[in-house]
Write a protein that binds this ligand. Structure first.
Ligand code: CUA
Length: 431
C-alpha cells in the first residue's frame, strides 16, 4: 500500500488509507465472487440440447434475505466509519494554531496571526510538527479546493463563506498542495507547498517578517510572484499571456476598448491594480483580473508600481530569476520540429489560451485543429492547413473564428520560419 499512495504525514492519514484499502478489498472480493458465480452457472447450466427445459424457480427467501442484508451491513459500516473520520477532520483542539488561507485566480495565500504571510509562486504552508493547526479558508472569486494529499485532507474555498479544516502533521518535510477544483485557465498552476518543520524553526520563521525592509523594487518583484501576477503578466517585451506584458506598459500609449486612450503613468498602473476592469486594453478580455482593492497595503501598492515602472531600467540580473526560473539551457536547433513546437507552445504562453485536449479556453483548442473547417465571424470559412495556422500566429486578428474574441497578440518578429513550422507540426500531432 505504501508504494502506491503519497507520503502520509498526518494523524488521520492512516485511517483514510485503511478505509480506502478496506473498500477496495471489499469491492474486489464481491466482484470476483459475483462475476465468478455468474460465469460458473452460465457454464454449469448451459443448454445441452434444444429440448432442454429450464426449470421455473419461484424464489428463495433465505437467499434474498442474505443478499439484501449483507450488502446493507457492508454499506452502513463504510458510511459509519466515513462519518466518524469526517468528524475527526473537524475536531479542533484548544491550543490550535489558526492559519488563514485565501484562494484566488490563481494563487494561494497563507497568513499567520503574527502577520507573516506567503503567497503565489512562493506560497508555503509552514506548520510545526506534532502541533494541531486550523486552516480557515476563504476565496476571493470562484470555488477553489485546498488539497494536501500527504495529509489526506481537502476542503473547498467558497466565495462568501469561511470553511475550515484542521490537521496535525507528524513528520517534517516538504509536500505538495494543489487546487482540486477546476477554476479556470491557470488552475493547474495553482500550487503551493506544505513545509512541516520543528517547533523552534516554526517559531523563528513565523516571527521573521523581512518584507518591510526591502527596497521597493525588490519587494515589488516578490509581490509579482507572491500574488500570482506572473500567471497572467510576463515581464518580457511583447510576451502577452492572459494580460498585457508589464515590460512595455510604462510610458506607452494604451488604447482601451471604450475607444479612449492614454499614456501609461504611475497613476494608471495603480488604477489598473485597484480597478482592473475600469479600462480594459484593446485585445484583452474584461472581468478576467480580480481587483486588489483593500488587499494590499499602501507600501505594497507603491512597491508594485515601482517594479513595473522600473522594469526596463532595473539591473538585468534582478529580473533573471523571475523570468527564467524554469528555463534550463534550451537549444532549439537540436530539436525535431515537433519537439520545438511543443516547447514553444508552453515557452510562448500559447498554453494560457489554447488547450491541447479539446477544452475551450480563451482561444480554440489545438486538438483536431489541423484539417478542420474553420468558420469565421464574417461568415466565410476555410480548411485549416499549414499556411492558415502560420497566418493565424502572425496575424491572429485578421480572421476571428466564430464564438471567440480578438484576444491574441501577433507573434510577428518573435518566431522564425522553423519556429512556425515546429508549431504547425505540434498542432498536426494533436489529432
Ligand atoms: Cu483554483 Cu483550481
Amino acid at each position: 500500500m505504501d508504494y502506491i499512495v503519497p507520503d502520509k504525514v498526518s494523524t488521520v492519514a492512516d485511517f483514510f488509507d485503511d478505509l480506502n484499502l478496506a473498500i477496495f478489498l471489499a469491492s474486489a472480493f464481491f466482484t470476483v465472487a459475483i462475476v465468478g458465480a455468474m460465469l460458473y452457472f452460465a457454464f454449469r447450466y448451459r443448454a445441452k440440447s434444444s429440448n432442454d427445459i429450464t426449470p421455473r424457480i419461484e424464489g428463495n427467501h433465505l437467499l434474498e434475505i442474505v443478499w439484501t442484508v449483507v450488502p446493507t451491513v457492508v454499506v452502513v459500516v463504510i458510511a459509519w466509519v466515513g462519518i466518524v473520520l469526517r468528524e475527526k477532520m473537524f475536531e479542533v483542539s484548544p491550543n490550535v494554531i489558526p492559519i488563514y488561507v485565501t484562494a484566488w485566480k490563481w494563487a494561494w495565500e497563507f497568513r499567520y496571526p503574527t502577520g507573516k504571510r506567503t503567497s503565489g509562486q512562493n506560497a508555503e504552508l509552514v506548520v510545526p510538527v506534532n502541533k494541531p493547526v486550523k486552516l480557515v479558508i476563504a476565496s476571493k472569486d470562484v470555488i477553489h479546493s485546498l488539497f494536501i494529499p500527504a495529509v489526506r485532507i481537502k476542503q473547498d474555498a467558497v466565495p462568501g463563506q469561511l470553511k475550515y479544516m484542521t490537521f496535525t502533521a507528524l513528520k517534517t518535510g516538504e509536500y505538495p498542495i494543489f487546487c482540486a477544483e477546476y477554476c479556470g485557465t491557470r488552475h493547474s498552476y495553482m500550487m503551493a507547498k506544505l513545509r512541516v518543520v520543528s517547533e523552534e524553526e516554526f517559531n523563528t520563521w513565523v516571527n521573521t517578517i523581512p518584507e518591510k525592509t526591502m527596497p521597493k523594487r525588490i519587494l515589488g518583484k516578490k509581490l509579482y510572484t507572491d500574488l500570482g501576477c506572473n500567471a497572467c503578466h510576463s515581464v518580457e517585451s511583447g510576451v502577452n499571456l492572459v494580460g498585457p506584458s508589464f515590460y512595455d506598459v510604462f510610458g506607452a500609449q494604451r488604447n482601451f476598448k471604450d475607444g479612449t486612450s492614454l499614456t501609461a503613468d504611475e497613476n494608471y498602473i495603480l488604477e489598473s491594480i485597484l480597478y482592473p476592469n475600469k479600462r480594459v486594453v484593446q485585445g484583452f478580455n474584461e472581468n478576467v483580473m480580480p481587483s486588489y482593492e483593500g488587499r494590499l497595503s499602501q507600501e505594497e501598492l507603491m512597491a508594485l508600481v515601482s517594479f513595473i515602472v522600473e522594469l526596463k531600467t532595473a539591473p538585468k540580473e534582478e529580473l533573471v530569476e523571475v523570468v527564467f526560473e524554469k528555463d534550463e539551457k534550451i537549444d532549439l536547433e537540436k530539436m525535431t520540429p515537433l519537439e520545438r513546437g511543443k516547447y514553444l507552445y508552453s515557452a510562448k504562453g500559447c498554453n494560457a489560451c489554447h488547450s491541447v485536449d479539446g477544452s475551450q479556453l480563451v482561444g480554440p483548442s489545438f486538438k483536431g485543429l489541423h484539417g478542420a473547417r474553420r468558420e469565421f465571424a464574417d461568415g466565410s470559412s476555410v480548411v485549416a492547413d499549414d499556411s492558415y495556422i502560420k497566418d493565424s500566429i502572425l496575424n491572429p486578428n485578421a480572421r476571428i473564428v466564430k464564438g471567440f474574441v480578438a484576444a491574441m497578440p501577433s507573434y510577428q518578429g518573435q518566431l522564425n520560419e522553423d519556429d512556425l513550422a515546429g508549431i504547425v507540426e505540434f498542432i498536426k500531432s494533436l489529432k
